[in-house]
Design a protein around this ligand. Structure first.
Ligand code: GLN
Ligand code: ZN
Length: 761
């Protein structure tokens, strides 16, 4: 009989219990035991939810206090020597040294988990790394699951995915470490087998990406090795895309079952089923683990019924990937538009959908008539809702033509006009937009939200902050000022609150990394801007100074990337709707006399598809969306964009194609290496490489920033250089912000003086 399971469940807790327990422990306000207790409670709750939903397995081993990749590295004894910790001595308390760094040592690097907004810690392996098994915490989790009396399926990140997502600290090849790593995996599998574990899920999401031949061969060798010896049966789990390009390889691996993503890889079902050797389990990932929409149960059932007939109890049903990427439960959402709420399914609701599918297959559709009818009704309501389609937006989109995504004059001509109008010095200084979000600002916003601070008083409070920020910038002698973004809780949510087509949850938290969570807005309908969103704050700031104030907007690609998006139209189309809304805002700012407008796109690179062959199509529509947002202005209006914390060198042509007049970009952490890429590519427009890291409270000295600027001058014509920090300053305090910016302005002045002198001689 068909069985249901999940690949993983959110770890943070429906009330962000894990976040608060971690932060309280880190601040020394509670003991390690309290944190451990919270972890145990959350684990128990996760299994209760699965049991209540009738899943065939309780999934275990997918919980981590900070990060799952970190826990795997620790379990395999991969503790970098620089931390001075013996692998056997690293428990929960010590693990935070690697996760968060110490006074002496920076943390492990962090990077995005495939194309999700979750960040994992990158295991740091020595070229002569020896692995050893330290599985007590992992096994304790498995044992706790077993103790609940259910059938337990532990999860492990597979050896190839683990290695490929690790980095080697020194020369050599990661694959050289594989044979010995496999011995540790084999030992762990045997240990699980001895505990009576029947199935283990091995996650190998790297199989949806492009793999060089050496890595493909390594898959064969690795799984041949793991097939030997006493072990549970293995479910190879792939997700985040189709695996058609590796199907011959996958079909030949000696595993006992395969999980495939049938949401992102819907069309692969036939080929996968055909390639699956007889006797194997097929786990069908039919419920979207990445998005928050209800499943079309009737449609999925039609897909599953023939599979069920063919495979019988070798068919398992699951979400496409771990539910880590969606919030826990709709139970605490009381403020969402009721119509919209009915269209949604968070993790718990997805568990409910799994159970409906299982019963429909096992006991017949009649047994779940009511649930199927509700699924049909909600889908029909969504399809026909006036909240979803807006005729005005449809017409507007139809009227978009190519010229709207082109500036009138080329950059070389525009910049002459802009320089004339702005009269900025060489190496103009500016910031990326936000100034410190003080406890007072947060308190005012919270009071406003609770209805305790009226609209007028809130406006006054924000104006006081803007005035303060402008005064400070004038004191510093910055050349291009900003209003400081005090009114923005979050650069996406702020715009989502003002645009039609967006919904905002109260508790829809998703883990970003460690204790950090984000609450992505939900784009459910055509995006429409009913009125100007930023003109009032920007114009107010401009009224306080004779220096130019830069308007500050979030770009269409970033709004898209950091939201839950519609699944009833291509992303590209949603991006165009967002672009038009931002375009109108740009135009209103320009009309209000704002001469510099920055459109932030920090998530531009994140949208890249996992496979190279899909890059050009994405870059094409993403560039177009940005240009549609940006190109409605006069030649003399200067468009800035900002990007950060990504690898940019391989998408430089697309960045250039944005045709922003100025790009400010994070570079100081890589010591300006990024800038070499821009230099080699001969990036044509103006550029502001970040001269200091805003993630640290450390105040860099004048010298240090001056050196970075000198380097920048060697790579880029100084006439095209700007001076700015790496990113926004909202997480910093005013004291360190002022000190650092003062040094930055001084450094710019020093380099400016040198350049002027050189020009004279
Ligand atoms: N303008 C935004 C800020 O300064 C940009 C933030 C970002 O790049 N993530 O906060
Ligand atoms: Zn940034």
């Amino acid at each position: 009989m068909a069985l249901t399971h999940i690949l993983g469940y959110p770890r943070i807790g429906e009330r962000r219990e894990l976040k608060f327990a971690l932060e309280s422990y880190w601040q020394g306000q509670s003991a390690l035991e309290a944190l451990e207790l919270t972890c145990d409670e959350l684990a128990a709750q996760r299994w209760r939810r699965q049991r209540d939903a009738g899943t065939g397995w309780l999934t275990a081993g997918d919980f981590a206090a900070y990060d799952l990749m970190l826990d795997h590295a620790l379990m395999f004894g991969a503790v970098p020597a620089r931390f001075g910790l013996a692998p056997a001595a690293v428990g929960l308390a010590e693990s935070f040294a690697l996760a968060r760094g110490t006074a002496q040592q920076p943390a492990l690097e962090m990077t995005k988990w495939f194309d999700t907004n979750y960040h994992y810690l990158v295991p740091e392996l020595a070229p002569d790394q020896r692995f050893s098994l330290h599985a007590s915490r992992y096994l304790a989790q498995v044992d706790a699951a077993l103790a609940t009396g259910g059938a337990v399926k532990p999860v492990l990140i597979g050896p190839l995915t683990f290695l490929r997502l690790s980095k080697l600290d020194g020369p050599g090849e990661r694959l050289a470490l594989l044979p010995q790593l496999l011995e540790v995996y084999a030992e762990l599998l045997e240990t699980l087998h001895r505990r009576g574990i029947e199935w283990v899920q091995l996650d190998e999401p790297v199989l949806v990406t492009d793999l060089e031949t050496a890595w493909q061969d390594a898959f064969e060798q690795a799984y041949a090795r793991l097939a030997v010896g006493p072990r549970p049966r293995l479910l190879l789990a792939t997700y985040f895309g189709p695996v058609l390009h590796h199907l011959p390889l996958i079909g030949a691996l000696p595993v006992d079952g395969l999980h495939v993503d049938l949401v992102r890889g819907a069309s692969q079902l036939g080929a996968v089923a055909a390639a699956l050797p007889s006797g194997r389990v097929l786990s069908a990932g039919v419920i979207d683990g990445r998005n928050i929409w209800r499943t079309d149960l009737r449609r999925v059932l039609k897909q599953l019924q023939p599979l069920q007939a063919e495979l019988g109890d070798r068919l398992w049903i699951a979400p496409s990937c771990s539910l880590l990427h969606v919030p826990c439960s709709l139970a605490h959402e009381n403020r969402l538009e009721p119509q919209v709420r009915r269209w949604l399914a968070f993790a718990d609701e997805k568990l409910g959908e799994l159970e409906v599918l299982r019963r429909a297959l096992v006991d017949g559709e009649d047994s779940v008539q009511e649930a199927l009818a509700e699924s049909d009704a909600s889908l029909a309501a969504r399809r026909h809702s006036r909240l979803v389609t807006n005729d005005y937006v449809t017409k507007r989109l139809a009227s978009v033509d190519d010229s709207m995504a082109r500036r009138t004059a080329p950059f070389a001509e525009r910049i002459v006009q802009q320089r004339q109008a702005l009269q900025l010095p060489l190496l103009p200084t500016t910031t990326i937009g936000s100034f410190p979000q003080t406890p007072e600002i947060r308190a005012a916003r919270a009071a406003h939200r609770r209805g305790e601070l009226g609209a007028f008083d809130y406006l006054q409070a924000m104006r006081r902050e803007i005035r303060h920020a402008v005064e400070q910038q004038e004191n510093l002698g910055l050349d291009v000022l900003v209003h400081g973004e005090p009114e923005r809780n979050d650069m996406v949510e702020h715009f989502a609150e003002h645009l039609f087509g967006f919904g905002i949850t109260e508790n829809g938290w998703v883990q970003s990394y460690g204790s950090r969570c984000v609450k992505p807005p939900i784009i459910y309908g055509d995006v429409y801007r009913p009125e100007a969103m930023t003109v009032d704050t920007t114009r107010y700031a401009q009224s306080l100074t004779s220096k130019p104030v830069k308007g500050m907007l979030t770009g269409p690609v970033t709004l898209l990337q950091w939201s839950f998006v519609r699944d009833d139209q291509p992303r590209e189309q949603t991006a165009r709707q967002l672009a038009l809304a931002i375009r109108d805002e740009v135009s209103d700012l320009e009309k209000a006399g704002i001469r510099i407008i920055q459109i932030d796109e920090p998530a531009f690179r994140e949208g890249l598809p996992l496979r190279r062959e899909d890059w050009p199509a994405y870059l094409d529509w993403a560039v177009n969306a940005f240009r549609l947002a940006a190109c409605g202005v006069a030649d003399g209006t200067q468009i800035h964009t900002h990007m950060c914390y990504s690898e940019f060198n391989d998408i430089l042509p697309a960045i250039a194609a944005l045709d922003a007049d100025v790009i400010t970009i994070e570079t100081s952490r890589s010591r300006m290496e990024l800038l070499d890429g821009f230099g080699a590519f001969a990036y044509p427009n103006e550029i502001g490489p970040g001269v200091y890291d805003i993630h640290s409270p450390r105040v860099p000295g004048v010298e240090e920033m001056q050196q970075l600027l000198d380097r920048a001058c060697q790579v880029v014509d100084p006439r095209r250089l700007w001076v700015n920090p790496d990113c926004g300053l909202k997480t910093r305090r005013w004291t360190e912000t002022m000190a650092a910016l003062r040094h930055m302005v001084e450094a710019a002045k020093a380099v400016r003086a040198r350049l002027t002198e050189e020009a004279v001689h």
